[in-house]
Design a protein around this ligand. Structure first.
Ligand code: ADP
Ligand code: NA
Length: 328
């Protein structure tokens, strides 16, 4: 389909963890093969919705670029770019914001959560960031958007905003579809009832893609399981060991049942070693590649600048047409 276009964004906040890799980045890599037009944006405009240190932000954008390339994002197959380099994102967000009601945004669950975790009431930017997400998606007339289930409500806003715009100004934006990850959420290694998250303060709870083999071994060794030692898959009754099994299955690209069948007879202590070895095997080449890429910030900058040029070639004509439709 010549009209199909995949868009997704990731904030430049820290090194991705195993959940980000298995739940999002791995499928981003696969989508490059399935679609001819694919854009991935490091969404730095979104990062300044909460207090941000300039030199950390600058470094984080390069770090995230290195991580994405190391995971397999290929700048020949995808347009990889830094959001703030394409000014049309913010310009379209303004227009879309004028079509979006305040109560519609106020009722989004993420606003409630995020504004409550801020010390102050939260900025206007934090409030309207879902509108900026709509602009990110619609600016390229995107048709497919890989998202986590926590972003489904924002995807609905993007779909609704496309419809509102089309109703007012004529059929223009395709209504984008969400591509939901098929992978089960990776759980915290310290509390298997919650998802692994970069904001988890608990040491040893989160495996990042740059952890050393020793760190990975240690984190899995300390993973919370239960007092039964058999390896059985029961996400409700035995969330700890089941999380290990689903991580193992994801890195081997097998089903949990196949993984269990291969490991019957092991006790959980031994099984944790088996899982860490499989995770190390998956992450080690990525980690080495990140180290190699980070040593060459000039190359990373070049990738982003070329990506931004290509993104502008797509965004420019769409935005010019939006201006004309709106009457500017
Ligand atoms: P975090 O929750 O760690 O802040 P983000 O919200 O930045 O992560 O998520 C980036 C992407 O990674 C999203 O597509 C999200 O659904 C996915 N993701 C985040 N945490 C996990 C997890 N524990 N398991 C699977 N996917 C995850
Ligand atoms: Na999240």
């Amino acid at each position: 389909n010549a009209k199909a276009l995949v868009f997704s964004g990731i904030q430049p906040t820290g090194i991705p963890h195993l959940g980000n890799y298995l739940g999002a980045l791995e499928s981003w890599v696969q989508l490059q093969e399935q679609f001819s037009r694919v854009l991935y944006s490091i969404v730095d405009l979104h990062s300044v919705t909460i207090p941000q240190d300039p030199s950390t932000l600058r470094q984080s954008v390069l770090d995230m670029t290195a991580c994405l390339l190391a995971c397999g994002i290929d700048p020949e197959k995808s347009i990889l770019f830094q959001q703030s380099e394409v000014s049309e994102h913010a310009e379209l967000a303004w227009i879309l914001g004028c079509l979006t009601s305040i109560p519609r945004v106020r009722h989004l669950p993420q606003w409630k959560v995020k504004s409550q975790t801020q010390k102050s009431e939260g900025s206007v930017g934090l409030f309207t960031y879902p509108v900026l997400q709509c602009a990110d998606i619609l600016l390229y007339k995107s048709t497919h958007v890989p998202v986590g289930d926590d972003q489904v409500t924002h995807m609905e806003l993007a779909q609704e905003t496309a419809r509102i715009f089309n109703k007012k100004y004529g059929d223009f934006f395709p209504v984008p579809k969400a591509i939901l990850s098929a992978t089960k959420k990776v759980k915290s290694l310290r509390d298997p009832t919650v998802k692994m998250s970069k904001s988890d303060p608990q040491k040893l709870a989160t495996v990042t893609i740059t952890d050393s083999p020793e760190e990975i071994m240690l984190k899995f060794r300390k993973a919370v399981t239960d007092c039964t030692s058999a390896v059985t898959y029961d996400p409700e009754g035995r969330p700890g060991v089941s999380n290990l099994i689903s991580v193992h299955a994801a890195v081997l690209r097998l089903t949990p049942e196949e993984v269990v069948a291969q490991n019957v007879g092991l006790d959980t202590e031994h099984y944790k070693r088996v899982v860490s070895e499989a995770v190390i095997e998956t992450l080690s080449p990525i980690r080495d590649e990140i180290v190699r890429l980070k040593a060459d910030p000039g190359y990373l900058r070049t990738v982003l600048d070329r990506g931004a040029e290509k993104a502008k070639e797509l965004a420019g004509p769409v935005y010019q047409e939006v201006r004309r439709l709106v009457g500017f």
